[in-house]
Design a protein around this ligand. Structure first.
Ligand code: ATP
Length: 446
């Protein structure tokens, strides 16, 4: 069994080697903590986003999608409390000049070689200073205070300020939700652990608007729904847990908060937050904008400002979790090309970036043409890949390593093919006419 740090290094190396992620601006030496998603990573990310959005808007008739802009009126961030409160305590080491989060010193390592924990290296640390995590820029040609805008640090505020627009145009009534996927930016002091903490990332957030007094029930309901989503994606139950924020950890807006945590090789970490944000956000926007954001209650004939239950999960962090959870090394007894451990990403079919691999046994006798025809027939429904080079054993290994659930081999037997299951490695012969039904069953119709 690999040590935790080795396991992460192995996964990072596989992700780069097979084109899931690349360091951003690699040819220029890279840009710290920014990553580009390669062909498989982009496909995996699309799957994650589609699964999340479908779970929101297809499974709930009272949830509507939204795609709001990244740049918003700067007053929004004053109202939300981000200008004043979205800060981390920063300390500098007076010797090596490295910067650390004062509240995360226990797990920090300094950049000196050999690296040490900043508490034990002997270097004196400065007093903590508040560091605002929002990226600032200017709108228009003037670079003065009146032109300041922020790259949004969360997608939620775009939902709050559109809450009445969405409710009235979609004719929804409380309770209802708004779901949004989009980029967020945080100038993190200590990004790291590959794509776990980056400065540019994507969030998948759903804000559920409820009548005051029904918030606790909605909170419990969404906790359960969100945990089930991660399980449905195949994450192992024993590596997931809830962790409740204590009174001192609660954000300024929150009445209650639970994290869904996953056990990474580097420890238990948050992958999603479920928050009861009370009526804080809408009331703040009422105050700062001067516009009413209340709804009329037919029953009591009175207006009220809805309370909000938020579910907020990082798309990139979900992706990392899926990679870590799916990674497996199987000891094999083979020799030659079968020697060494078999590396398998055990993605559930709905998550897998490539669903089907198609191999002509040989590059002659019309087998490539038959393989290409099968590829054409199925690739409009399932992301498929043709692989013609190398031995069949090697091609199976290549497909296993990127988590392809089904491999089809086209051999000399006319009218039928061999299909091989990634996990059991069992092979069976299927008539070509039955292939589509077989795949629909095996891949769950995705
Ligand atoms: P953390 O404590 O890890 O900094 P947070 O509590 O600030 O996270 P939230 O503001 O609740 O995070 O954001 C919701 C989700 O967005 C997180 O659960 C995580 O999945 C994702 N997320 C937050 N910050 C980052 C980041 N810097 N990089 C990647 N994903 C992030």
């Amino acid at each position: 069994m690999a040590a935790p740090s080795d396991k992460m290094a192995t996964i990072v190396s596989l992700a780069k080697r097979r084109g899931f992620m690349f360091q951003s601006s690699e040819v220029y030496g890279g840009l710290n903590s920014c990553y580009d998603y390669g062909p498989l990573g982009a496909e995996l990310k699309n799957n994650v986003k589609r699964l999340w959005m479908d779970a929101m808007i297809r499974e709930h008739e009272n949830i509507e999608p939204l795609d709001s802009s990244i740049l918003m009126h700067p007053r929004i961030w004053e109202a939300s409390g981000h200008v004043e409160n979205f800060t981390d305590p920063l300390v500098d080491c007076k010797i090596c000049k490295a910067r650390f989060r004062a509240d995360q010193l226990d797990n920090a390592v300094c950049p000196q070689k050999p690296s040490k924990n900043p508490k034990s290296c002997g270097g004196e640390l400065t007093e903590p200073r508040s560091f605002n995590l929002m990226f600032k820029t200017f709108m228009g040609p003037l670079e003065d205070q009146s032109a300041v805008v922020y790259l949004r640090p969360e997608t939620a505020q775009g939902i709050y300020v559109n809450f009445l627009n969405v409710m009235t145009t979609s004719r929804q009534k409380i309770p209802f939700g708004i779901a949004q996927i989009g980029k967020a930016f945080r100038n993190e002091i200590t990004p790291g652990n590959f794509i776990f903490r980056t400065r540019e990332f994507e969030q998948m957030e759903m804000q559920y608007f409820v009548k005051p007094g029904t918030d606790a029930e909605a909170f419990e309901k969404w906790k359960a729904i969100r945990m089930q989503w991660h399980l449905d994606n195949g994450l192992k139950k024993e590596r997931l847990r809830f962790s409740e924020h204590g009174p001192n950890e609660l954000a300024h807006y929150a009445k209650a908060a639970f994290d869904i945590q996953y056990e990474f090789p580097f420890g238990w970490q948050e992958i999603e937050g479920i928050h009861n944000r009370s009526d804080f956000d809408l009331k703040q926007h009422e105050k700062f904008s001067g516009k009413k954001l209340s709804v009329f209650d037919e029953e009591s004939k009175a207006s009220y400002v809805p309370w909000i239950i938020e579910t907020s999960v990082g798309c990139d962090r979900t992706l990392l979790t899926l990679l870590v959870d799916a990674y497996d090394e199987e000891v094999t007894q083979g020799d030659g090309e079968d020697a060494g451990p078999r590396v398998v990403l055990r993605f559930k079919p709905r998550v897998a970036p490539t669903k089907v691999a198609i191999f002509p046994l040989m590059k002659k006798d019309g087998l490539p043409e038959r393989a290409r025809k099968i590829f054409k027939d199925i690739s409009c429904r399932w992301r498929a890949q043709l692989d013609e080079s190398g031995s069949i054993g090697r091609r199976y290994r290549r497909a296993d390593e990127i988590g392809v659930p089904v491999a089809i081999t086209v051999d000399h037997e006319a009218g039928s093919v061999t299909v091989r299951d990634r996990d059991t490695m069992k092979q069976e012969r299927i008539s070509e006419a039955a292939l589509s039904d077989y795949l629909a069953k095996k891949l769950g119709g995705i």
